[in-house]
Design a protein around this ligand. Structure first.
Ligand code: HEC
Ligand code: HEC
Length: 319
């Protein structure tokens, strides 16, 4: 019996060691994905369109600006996209990159590499990106406008540290992390108007309304709730205890937050910016969306399947 325990102990030890070895060896897995047919332009109208996406619905500024500029982002100001913001997650520390044309930024990335990272979730080094960005179905035309604006900014030198994964993060990277790509063929161009159709494109494929206002498993990112029914809960620890903030239901149901809101009330709400301190919603960039963009989103939200899901509004004390 003693011998049995001795041998099974050794086998177990070997298994654990080989797991660690595999985790260690699988930190640089390469993935293949096509380079989208997207090239930057120096046309001033295209650059202007890109800028309005970057600081508006696509809210790149919310994550790719420096943490010291948080107030300016909330006020909807143009800030340098110097990167440096850290996401402190259960898997480790993730850094949003410098997006200016500097060598510490996107200087050495081709248009195709930037477009591939946004559409297919494959980084410049060929690794899978953690799925933070909602642009897998963004049109060729809009990706090209975004990249055109990025190329036109002044350079800002800021070297961004490598991500620091903890053991769980390394395990996820070794065995679970796969690049996330589009749902199907992506449009070359999308007509910009005030229809629900365009609102759907903005809400699902540019502004990430769906990504936050649908419940999901925060570990894997998988959707667990009905589209736009809210319920995604963020914990917010503070000196006076832990609070939580849950995304409201945006479906046209009695229990939905927008029930009874007119189109004008919806637009006016976006002009006000954040009202709940620490809200995750990128209110700063969203306050810069045009009336037409907001009309389109409002119309689209009216067409979503109504789901009954009462959600407590505002900060809730958890302990
Ligand atoms: C919700 C936060 C968030 C938003 C919004 C966001 N990003 Fe990112 N971005 C990140 C994070 C985090 C990373 C690093 C991910 C990783 O290392 O796995 C990243 C990485 C990148 C990369 C690097 C890819 C590589 O190969 O190294 C590029 C380019 C990029 N983002 C461009 C953009 C652009 C352009 C926008 C707006 C259209 C944008 N991002 C919006 C968080 C965000
Ligand atoms: C990064 C997550 C995130 C994204 C992206 C996001 N929201 Fe939110 N949203 C929240 C959270 C959290 C709240 C609750 C706190 C608050 O009111 O700011 C909220 C609240 C709201 C409210 C209620 C505001 C109020 O005063 O009661 C509306 C309306 C709304 N979101 C619409 C949208 C729309 C439309 C989009 C896309 C254009 C969007 N959200 C994108 C997280 C998000």
């Amino acid at each position: 019996m003693k011998k049995f325990f001795k041998w099974s102990g050794i086998v177990l030890l070997m298994l654990i060691l080989s797991l660690f070895l595999a985790v260690f060896l699988r930190q640089d897995i390469k993935f293949d994905a096509p380079y989208p047919n997207v090239v930057a332009s120096t046309d001033s109208a295209v650059i202007a369109r890109g800028k309005s996406l970057v600081f508006g619905p696509a809210h790149c500024a919310n994550c790719h600006s420096s943490p010291e500029m948080e107030k300016d982002v909330l006020n909807g100001t143009d800030v340098p996209l110097s990167g440096g913001r850290v996401f402190d997650l259960p898997i480790g520390l993730l850094y949003a990159k410098n997006l200016t044309p500097d060598a510490t930024g996107i200087g050495s990335m081709t248009d195709g590499e930037i477009a591939r990272s946004l559409r297919f979730g494959v980084s410049r080094d060929g690794n899978a990106l953690f799925d933070f960005m909602p642009f897998h179905n963004t049109s060729d035309e809009d990706l090209s406008a975004i990249i055109s604006y990025l190329r036109s900014q002044p350079s800002f030198s800021r070297a961004i540290p490598e991500n620091q994964m903890n053991l769980l993060g390394r395990f996820v990277k070794a065995f679970l992390l796969k690049p996330v790509g589009p749902d199907g063929p992506v449009a070359v161009s999308v007509t910009r108007d005030t229809t629900a159709e365009y609102g759907k494109y903005l809400a699902n494929s540019v502004a990430n309304c769906k990504g936050c206002h649908t419940n999901r498993d925060l570990m894997t990112g998988a959707y667990t709730g009905e589209d736009y029914a809210g319920g995604l809960k963020f914990d917010m620890p503070s000196d006076s205890g832990t609070f939580s903030l849950t995304t409201p239901n945006l479906t046209p149901d009695k229990t939905g937050r927008l029930f009874g809101w007119s189109q004008q009330q919806f637009i006016d709400r976006f002009r006000k910016g954040p009202l709940v301190p620490g809200s995750h919603m990128p209110w700063g960039p969203f306050s810069r969306m045009s009336d037409d963009e907001l009309k389109a989103i409002y119309k689209f939200l009216k067409t979503v399947k109504p789901v009954s899901n009462p959600v407590k509004i505002g900060l809730v004390k958890e302990g």
